[in-house]
Design a protein around this ligand. Structure first.
Ligand code: BF8
Length: 680
């Protein structure tokens, strides 16, 4: 049955303006209200979160329960304490997040192996220099060998990391030396990616590990297997196969949908599918087929991390972030939404029944009841991508009335760590020295990574943009991934000339001198590994301490919702980063109270702080997140002996160049600022 208002009960209902700050989202939410159609926003209003489960007081790991520990001192039937229950729930979420990212990495490694052996259709090794660089990390011979021979060896090595039983996964050697030593001393170096995830599940089976600190110790090992393992493999291989990103001009928001075109949206995470959809959408035969169907052609766009994959490589527009997937269907203008894995709402199929939109699943791991399944297979990738597009084109004739919001923003994504290196130092002196020097001088106060999801229980995009806006004023350079990057793109922060009047004086000088936006879009969620690499390079460049926990840097996931976010947070903390997550704290409950801290939340903060120099905190007030971010950055500056932050010293240079740039036509100004290639 199509989901309608009548299928959800009514509680206090937010207005579209209360639910989202994005005008395109507001317009479509108003439209949903008029049509009586439910969305994640109205379902969140109608369905209060479980007050027991939300703060970690429920154990459902065996059939003696579920045990709800709603009185202080109460234990489960087996005697499990609230601390044990919360630690178990936490590590299970980390294990699921680590598994999701890492399985994506595994599929990428298998695709690399298949490409190296000529077993795929449509893929090539696009970035041979990156292949040689990555192979070089692991002493894979590169001289006098073909790219395919090198790729075959690298793929074998990477595939082996998943099933390895002993030793250390190879990619941890890319962390700062001091950090690796610490991990070795603490016994958290991952032995094999799958092994750590399986052990997390074993330890949390009934009757196993019952010491909260001991359980959380393994949560670190499981998360490191993601950040310095599975996700890093995913990033490396996607660059090798599809090209290391460099700045490119793109657009974001629902206004990228086009009335006269066949609109196809790709949504999910794995670039193997989306990259082939880009190639197929440019095929003359497919374009001719779309025109023969009465349209002007094909308009491809993306959601969430899939959007980020094709946005920063080919400038394919992002239709929006996670919470806009349903809103796109409400436009009535989408012929097909093509999904693979992760962050796909089951509500899509029921919602699409109100329109003509086809939901097409493509992964052998993910089916949605009621959707059309066209399974993707790398051996016939281009053929399958064309079949999917033909199905979408055939559906164009069924389109009814449309309502596409007239809102979209330009952005410049594509800041891989390789490009940042080049951009800071040029071809001959590529290095992080100018960034480190700007931080040491106080022009840049510090660095914040603002990442992660949207959560319909928080006003859509509001925490991401509020925090970004204030940190930029405070001369904090912001790097971004995931749905947060798209939130800020919609606010115009990912264009230098559009955002610099809202940026502190020192940071503005740096951005104008180098020619960068004040917010650097570094990719999808698996690409948080690019941020780990940037932090490592800042350490290795010198002058800012000798480990990641010395840096004036903070990580924030203000609107998180997925288990992957907890895995990312945990590996970042173990790498030495102070991480702040917004919304509710999943380990905050004790009895009938939510006290200031529980043993587990204290351990994630001070306990991990003592062990790793990073800490994890959950805060629900964006102003408090900003205050603690700046406090941490200033404390790190002081510990490094750097001058106190003083914005009055900066901002006197750069204006002449900016004025000149502003006189140029828009696309030329972007190309001049970033050296990027305007998207066609
Ligand atoms: O991996 S930021 S909502 S799309 S989980 Fe999902 Fe969160 Fe978006 Fe990508 Ni990441």
């Amino acid at each position: 049955m199509a989901e309608t208002e009548s299928t959800t009960s009514r509680r206090k209902r937010r207005t579209p303006e209360e639910a989202s700050i994005d005008p395109a989202a507001q317009q479509m939410l108003a439209c949903a209200d008029q049509m009586g159609i439910g969305t994640a926003f109205s379902r969140a209003d109608a369905l209060a979160p479980c007050g027991i489960g939300a703060v970690g007081m429920c154990c459902s790991l065996c059939a003696m329960g579920p045990c709800r520990l709603t009185k202080d001192g109460l234990t489960g039937v087996c005697g499990a304490t609230i601390d044990t229950v919360q630690a178990r729930n936490f590590i299970r979420a980390v294990a699921a997040g680590s598994a999701a990212h890492s399985d994506h990495g595994r599929d990428m490694a298998f695709t690399l192996k298949a490409v190296a052996n000529g077993e795929t259709e449509g893929y090539t090794i696009r970035d041979v220099p990156k292949l040689r660089t990555v192979a070089g990390y692991y002493d894979i011979p590169v001289e006098d060998r073909t790219p395919e021979e090198i790729a075959n060896d690298l793929a074998d090595l990477y595939i082996a990391q998943f099933g390895q039983q002993r030793g250390a996964i190879v990619s941890v050697q890319r962390a700062p030396e001091k950090r690796q030593k610490l991990w070795n001393e603490l016994g958290v170096v991952p032995r094999g990616i799958d092994r750590e995830v399986v052990e997390a599940l074993h330890r949390t089976h009934m009757g196993d590990d019952q010491d909260a600190a001991h359980i959380l110790h393994h949560a670190v090992r499981t998360a490191l297997a993601d950040g310095w393992g599975g996700s890093m493999i995913a990033t490396d291989v996607s660059d090798i196969l599809f090209g290391t990103p460099a700045p490119v001009l793109g657009e974001a928001n629902l206004g990228v949908l086009q009335d006269e075109m066949v609109n196809v949206i790709v949504h999910g995470h794995e670039p193997t599918l989306s990259q082939m959809m880009v190639a197929a959408s440019q095929d003359p035969e497919i374009i001719a087929y779309a025109k023969a169907a009465g349209s002007e052609g094909i308009s491809l766009s993306g959601f969430g991390c899939t959007a980020n994959e094709i946005l920063r490589r080919q400038g394919v527009p992002a239709a929006g972030n996670f919470l806009q997937q349903e809103l796109a269907i409400l436009t009535g203008a989408v012929e097909a939404m093509v999904v693979d894995v992760q962050c796909i709402m089951q509500a899509l199929v029921g919602l699409a029944e109100n329109f003509h939109t086809k939901i097409i699943t493509t992964s052998q791991k993910v089916k949605l009841k009621g959707a059309t399944h066209i399974e993707f297979d790398e051996r016939h990738a281009l053929t399958i991508a064309k079949d999917i597009l033909r199905a979408a084109i055939d559906n164009y004739a069924n389109r009814g009335k449309t309502q596409i919001p007239d809102f979209k923003s330009s952005l410049v994504p594509g800041f891989s760590h390789e490009y940042i290196n080049y951009m800071l130092g040029g071809s001959y002196r590529a290095s992080f020295r100018p960034l480190n020097d700007a931080i040491k001088a106080g022009r840049i106060r510090g660095v914040a990574a603002i990442v992660g999801c949207g959560n319909p229980r928080i006003q859509h995009d509001s925490y991401h943009t509020t925090i970004t806006e204030e940190l930029l004023k405070q001369d904090v350079l912001v790097v971004e991934t995931g749905c947060s990057a798209i939130a800020n793109a919609k606010m115009g922060f990912l264009l230098g000339d559009a955002g610099l009047d809202r940026v502190g004086p020192g940071l503005r000088e740096v951005c104008e001198t180098i020619g960068i936006p004040p917010v650097l879009h570094m990719g999808s969620c698996v690409d948080n590994t690019r941020i780990l690499t940037v932090l490592t390079q800042m350490v290795e460049e010198g002058g800012l301490g000798d480990d990641i926990d010395d840096l004036p840097a903070v990580g924030l996931a203000p609107e998180w919702m997925s288990e992957k976010a907890l895995s990312i947070a945990t590996y970042c903390v173990a790498s030495g980063v102070y991480v702040i997550m917004g919304g509710y704290n999943p380990v905050a409950g004790r009895g009938d109270k939510v006290p200031d801290s529980t043993l587990v939340s204290e351990y994630l903060s001070s306990g991990w702080g003592e062990e790793y120099g990073g800490k994890l905190e959950f805060l629900d007030d964006p102003q408090e997140m900003i205050r603690r971010t700046l406090e941490h950055i200033d404390a790190k500056r002081k510990a490094l002996g750097l001058p106190e932050y003083d914005p009055t010293q900066f901002g006197q240079s750069g204006d002449v160049r900016l004025e000149g740039i502003e006189e140029l036509p828009f696309e030329e100004s972007q190309a001049a600022l970033y050296g990027g290639v305007p998207a066609s």
